[in-house]
Design a binder for this molecule. Structure first.
Ligand SMILES: Nc1ncnc2c1ncn2[C@@H]1O[C@H](COP(=O)(O)OP(=O)(O)OP(=O)(O)O)[C@@H](O)[C@H]1O
Ligand SMILES: [Mg+2]
Length: 398
């Protein structure tokens, strides 16, 4: 068995059956699949969804890709006859209908992905990559480290640090990383590292919490890198109401089994949802800056975290925008909070602003900037956890 799941996935070959009412689409899709590789057999079936049953019976494919003709629920009912009979089959739909009703029903009948029409190469390749990942032999079940980042008050830099560290862990350290955005008022984590637009948010996942599994979760996440996925925050307060604390447990359980590291952006407010996520976290990183308002709020936050029963090892302080000539020193801070500082990150206005404004990780824009170096150190510490003291010791060592 392959030990590296990514290599194992790359070795998986998929047989694909294509069904479309338009012969020209079949040819276009076939050309894309040939470009993708990893598809030893492609069978083409010109016609409506009614053809799908015969296509599957004849070609015995791993993947069935159906372009809808009427784009309605009746078409899904016809497809259900196939998905029910072939539970191992990965069914992918290409349809212009992305209404909530249609998508929910598609998921319910076992469709793995619904791609917009006309099918774009990148979307198709991403979808097939996920199918291939699922088909790969699964290594022994493991549990990810769950790391929460919370701002001691607004604008601390918690999201900037969480997203950039997550990206580094994926790209530099080769970890499979999920970032969950629990900032319901100002949720914007995805924008810090990608231009991709999310199709689903945490609210959609919360609706399905009772039947959540790894593939449903993967389908709901925004793919930043093949091994770095973000679950965006709900888009508005009304959507946010759909996320109950009870949906957090299954979410973290499923994410914990499917990823190496789960990073939670807990925003700046403690509520029943963020507390549930922090309860389940191995470490909570409280981000602050060296000035009086931050110090006051940090003190309050630490008091609350202590009253929640979190030990000293579980809570780690990260001082952002640190400069040595600050009137409040690190010693003052540690004395006031009675808590050691875990890491500092320097202030670097231009480079950080450019990164945040462009939605590109800072180390891609300014690799030698002191902030990039500091973030790389933090990410590196996470994987060299055994050498570290305190809350980092056991990180990722399982
Ligand atoms: N090390 C840094 N140097 C300079 N500017 C920084 C640094 N870290 C963050 N910033 C700036 O601070 C701003 C706030 O950062 P960020 O959005 O990450 O904070 P936050 O704690 O997540 O805020 P919110 O409470 O709104 O969620 C960003 O626009 C970014 O430009
Ligand atoms: Mg934020």
């Amino acid at each position: 068995m392959h030990r590296d799941p990514t290599a194992a996935a790359a070795a998986v070959k998929l047989k694909i059956a294509l069904v479309s009412p338009h012969p020209a689409s079949l040819e276009v899709l076939k050309a894309m699949l040939e470009e993708w590789g990893g598809v030893p057999e492609i069978s083409l079936h010109a016609g409506g969804v009614e053809l799908a049953a015969r296509a599957v019976a004849e070609a015995a494919p791993d993947v069935l890709l159906v372009e809808t003709a009427r784009h309605d629920l009746a078409e899904l009912a016809a497809l259900e006859l196939v998905t029910v009979r072939h539970p191992g089959l990965a069914a992918i739909l290409a349809s212009p209908n992305h209404s909530a009703d249609f998508l929910r029903q598609a998921m319910r009948i076992g469709v793995r992905e619904v791609l917009p029409l006309p099918v774009q190469r990148e979307a198709l390749f991403d979808a097939l990559g996920r199918v291939r990942q699922r088909a790969a032999p699964v290594p022994a079940r493991r549990r990810a480290r769950i790391l929460s980042f919370v701002g001691c008050k607004g604008g601390s830099g918690a999201t900037f640090i969480a997203t950039n560290v997550a990206h580094l862990l994926a790209e530099q350290e080769g970890k499979k990383v999920a970032l969950i955005d629990l900032n319901f008022q100002f949720g914007d984590a995805a924008l810090y590292v990608t231009h991709r637009v999310p199709a689903r948010t945490l609210a959609d996942v919360a609706d399905e919490a009772h039947r959540l599994d790894a593939s449903l979760l993967a389908n709901s996440m925004l793919q930043v890198l093949p091994n770095f996925h973000i679950l965006p925050a709900p888009e508005d307060p009304e959507q946010a109401l759909r996320v109950r604390p009870d949906s957090i447990d299954p979410l973290l359980e499923v994410a914990g089994a499917a990823y190496d590291v789960v990073i939670v952006d807990a925003g700046r407010s403690l509520d029943d949802v963020t507390v549930r996520a922090m309860d389940r976290s191995d470490t909570v990183y409280a981000v602050l800056q060296l000035n009086l308002p931050f110090l006051r709020d940090a003190k309050r936050l630490l008091r609350v975290l202590t009253s929640l029963g979190y030990g000293r090892d579980k809570v780690q302080l990260v001082v952002n925008r640190f400069h040595k000539r600050s009137t409040i020193t690190l010693e003052d801070l540690q004395e006031t909070l009675q808590h050691e500082v875990f890491r500092t990150l320097p202030n670097s206005f231009d480079a950080v602003t450019a990164s945040v404004n462009q939605g590109v990780p800072i180390f891609k824009l300014a690799s030698r900037d002191p902030v990039s170096r500091g973030l790389r150190e933090i990410a590196g510490t996470l994987v060299e956890a055994k050498k570290e003291a305190g809350g980092w010791r056991r990180l990722l060592s399982r």
